[in-house]
Design a protein around this ligand. Structure first.
Ligand code: SF4
Length: 279
């Protein structure tokens, strides 16, 4: 018999990793949701997704990158000792938040014991604690913490996404894995483009991925591509649709940056507030 553990909020029991459509809070997939198993599959399914629910469901069952699938599931099986009594999501982490966001936050990838455990991006790790606190101070999140799916947290006019949807070993996806995952981000930003007015990129990888992606959606990105920096702002326009987009860079709220003082709460707040006001 498969071993199961109680979800920390609902107490429903799940294997670790969690099979799709078994009742995990915020899980949009069903057992029948089609699984992408190759880069071509990702392109096709991302292209065919008609709305965010369908896209997120398909993202959450993706198995296109063998190394990342093996890693995320091994972490979900082995767990960290402090979380040994709960199930890990152990699947790709889809975008989360408003379906009609004015502000989009782009991160690198889920954390092994954060999003890969809770199933919600930036949830259950120290980086997320910083980010959600800043969003709450700016009036973009209803709570100052995001602990677990079903905790009551809600984003206001804001959505969060990761450029790579699976937790990678050492927080580093390979160039191939990044390329394979890119169509999910592209499809998601396309689905919110009509309301999206500003993007906050957490770190240089998110910055590059965002500019590449919005360039593909029709926004005019200067050449050479603007360099990442904290509090850097680039204003883009999409002349075909007569819309504009303000892209902001921020140091990632990783412990490496927050412990050393490279990123302070005031610095993060200033970028989030600027993105909110630009939207
Ligand atoms: Fe699929 Fe992206 Fe995860 Fe690769 S990283 S398995 S493309 S969700």
């Amino acid at each position: 018999m498969t071993e199961e553990w109680p979800h920390p909020v609902t107490a429903d029991r799940f294997p670790s990793p969690v099979p799709p459509g078994t009742g995990w809070p915020e899980d949009l997939a069903r057992p029948s949701t089609p699984t992408a198993r190759s880069a071509d599959d990702v392109c096709q399914r991302a292209d065919e997704s008609r709305n965010l629910s369908e896209l997120s469901a398909q993202v959450s069952v993706c198995r296109a990158c063998g190394r990342l699938v093996a890693w995320r599931e091994r972490v979900a099986h082995d767990k960290r000792r402090s979380f040994a009594a709960e199930p890990y999501w152990g699947r790709p982490v889809p975008g989360w938040g408003s379906d009609t966001p004015a502000v989009v936050i782009v991160g690198l990838a889920p954390a092994a014991h954060g999003g890969n455990r809770t199933g919600r991006i930036f949830t259950g790790d120290r980086s997320g604690d910083w980010l959600f606190a800043a969003l709450h101070r700016a009036g973009l999140a209803t709570l100052g913490t995001s602990v677990h799916a079903a905790d009551g947290q809600r984003l206001i006019r804001t959505r969060m996404v990761a450029a790579v949807r699976c937790a990678p070993p050492d927080n580093r996806a390979t160039p191939d894995e990044r390329r394979t995952c890119a169509p999910w981000l592209s499809a998601e930003l396309a689905l919110v483009a009509s309301t999206m007015r500003s993007v906050v990129c957490l770190g240089s990888f998110a910055w590059d991925a965002t500019l590449r992606t919005v360039g593909g959606l029709g926004y005019l990105v200067p050449r050479p591509r603007p360099r990442f920096g904290h509090a850097t702002r680039v204003d883009l326009s999409d002349q075909a649709y007569e819309r504009s987009l303000a892209v902001f860079g921020s140091y990632h709220p990783s412990q490496q940056n927050t412990f050393t003082g490279k990123l302070t709460e005031e610095m993060l707040d200033a970028v989030i507030v600027a993105a909110r006001d630009a939207a």
